[in-house]
Write a protein of this length. Structure first.
Ligand code: UN1
Length: 511
């Protein structure tokens, strides 16, 4: 791959720097890492990883910059984010190319990811004039009770390889209008994308009056780098996206220092296909949700809970769709399924298929490695469907690969119980044309997930809604709706504009 011009300002001796604080690139003092493209296993660029001392430098800079950024009026902060959105639009193709190269996404999905960033910029710009607090009726005469939202501080963001730009952007664009500064630890797999994303903010900030030096910083490294970020008391909020194991570790450390964590962790997303479902529509939704991004979205479809009468027909329809899926080089026009991120992901998929078989499952299709017609050196796999007699233990785990279990049901109550009977609670959907069933699924006794779809697949949420889920998914909500409140601190102000001093609760004290 040609070195993206978006990266050139940052490189030091041909290597990516482990630490970029504002516009300043610093060679990482830690070990050099050599990530590979999932497309063909070719090395991308060496990256010098950050030392924990350098993490400290980034946090000091972010703290200093926060002190001035919080003084800039929110609509003006929104103007900065508007300019970032414009710059991202201009560089969409180049940014998407990096996502494709480092995460192995097909071009349409890589561009979709950059579009999510543009969308969240627009959302955040609107928010910058709507950081509303309530005015509350005071019980005391001549008193005002006003709720206000203030900038929170420098915040830490940890993101995963599968959405190397959008997940950071959900956090960073909203945090910037809220008056916060950001220290970002991306996945080491996608550090070049991170540097290019950061460069967009840096370029805008360089010409923006009032923008401090270190609005945004990037620190690259392994789990040790992440740990020192998470443990740092100067960061009031850590927003982390990734595995439940990682999220639990983050929550423990941040919780122990009574900081805030915003977690977006694993999903184990299911779709119920009801007797009245439009099966043709369901098939299209299932294919995108199950095999899109090669099954490596946190919202990917893992479990298909199908009314017994439809199991045979739907399985046949899916098998014939799967048989003609274009699998291969994600850079090529027409490819729908790109590579898995690495060999370990393939091994985990095989282990889950084996476990499913031991638990009574029948492999309907897929699961084989593909070596013909795909770039050598990448890990390509045929998306798999496994028919299960009931919901067994393996189905309670998230396998980050294109592997979907099909399980029959007889009654809606049983389907919902199965649907909710897993530790995760991110995304869910039902295909039905029965209005009662649809509303039941959306109700308090329906899906227990953060995202609930009716006649759409589990993946591909849009920006306006709050994104995230319950249980082991971590409970956090990002990007849309009122998720901005997590990046601010609330103060309840009481103002006495009278000349007496009435106490609340009618207390008389020494009068
Ligand atoms: C993720 O996989 O971490 O809803 C995020 C979706 C995307 C975001 C996925 N908008 O599938």
């Amino acid at each position: 791959m040609n070195i993206s011009t978006l990266l050139l300002p940052n490189l030091i001796d041909g290597a990516a720097p482990g630490c970029v604080i504002g516009a300043k690139s610093i060679a990482g003092a830690g070990p050099v890492m050599n990530p590979k493209s999932p497309i063909n296993g070719q090395p991308t660029l060496p990256v010098s990883s950050c030392s924990t001392a350098q993490v400290g430098l980034a946090i000091v800079a972010a703290t200093g910059s926060f002190n001035s950024w919080r003084l800039v009026p929110a609509p003006r902060r929104g103007e900065l984010v508007r300019q970032v959105g414009d710059l991202v639009r201009k560089n969409k193709a180049e940014l998407a190319e990096l996502v494709c190269w480092e995460a192995g996404k097909i071009r349409a999905e890589a561009e979709g990811e950059i579009q999510e960033w543009i969308d969240v910029c627009e959302f955040a710009v609107g928010l910058s004039r709507q950081l509303y607090g309530n005015s509350i009726a005071s019980e005391r005469p001549e008193h005002h009770l006003i709720e206000q939202w203030q900038p929170l501080g420098p915040i830490g963001v940890i993101s995963a390889f599968n959405f190397p730009a959008a997940v950071w952007a959900w956090n960073a664009m909203v945090a910037l209008v809220c008056g916060d500064t950001i220290v970002w630890k991306p996945s080491e797999q996608t550090s070049l994308t991170a540097l290019a994303c950061h460069e967009m903010v840096t370029r805008v900030a360089a010409n923006f009056e009032g923008a401090p030096e270190a609005l945004s910083s990037v620190i690259i490294g392994d789990a040790e780098v992440g740990k020192s970020l998470v443990a740092d008391e100067r960061l009031p909020l850590i927003s982390a996206t990734g595995s439940t194991r990682m999220g639990r570790a983050v929550a423990e450390v941040v919780g122990a220092r009574l900081g805030r964590s915003l977690l977006e962790l694993g999903g184990n997303n299911a779709m119920i296909v009801a007797p009245s479902a439009d099966l043709d529509l369901a098939v299209r939704a299932i294919v995108f949700a199950a095999v899109g991004t090669c099954g490596q979205r946190c919202t990917s479809l893992r479990r298909l809970i199908v009314h017994r009468d439809h199991v045979h027909k739907l399985s046949k329809q899916l098998q014939s769709s799967y048989a003609s899926l274009p699998i291969g080089d994600p850079r090529e026009e027409g490819t729908l399924v790109g590579p898995l991120v690495n060999e370990a992901a393939f091994e985990r998929m095989q282990a889950s298929i084996e476990a499913a078989k031991e638990q009574g499952g029948t492999l309907l299709c897929g699961g084989e490695a593909r070596s013909e017609g795909v770039p050598a050196g990448g890990v390509y796999v045929e998306p798999a469907l496994v028919l299960m007699p009931e919901q067994t233990e393996v189905m309670r785990e998230e396998t980050f690969a294109p592997l979907t279990y099909v399980v029959p049901y007889d009654t809606l109550d049983e389907a919902i119980a199965m649907h909710n009977g897993v530790p995760q609670g991110l995304s869910s959907s039902i295909f039905t044309t029965d209005v009662r069933e649809a509303h039941r699924f959306m109700s308090a006794t329906g899906s227990d997930c953060g995202l609930v779809g009716v006649n759409i697949g589990t993946s591909g949420a849009e920006i306006g809604g709050a994104f995230g889920g319950e249980k082991e998914t971590g409970g956090g909500r990002e990007s849309g709706s009122d998720s901005w409140k997590q990046y601010m601190r609330r103060s309840t102000a009481t103002i006495n504009y009278g000349t007496a001093l009435p106490l609340a609760q009618g207390i008389k004290f020494g009068e």
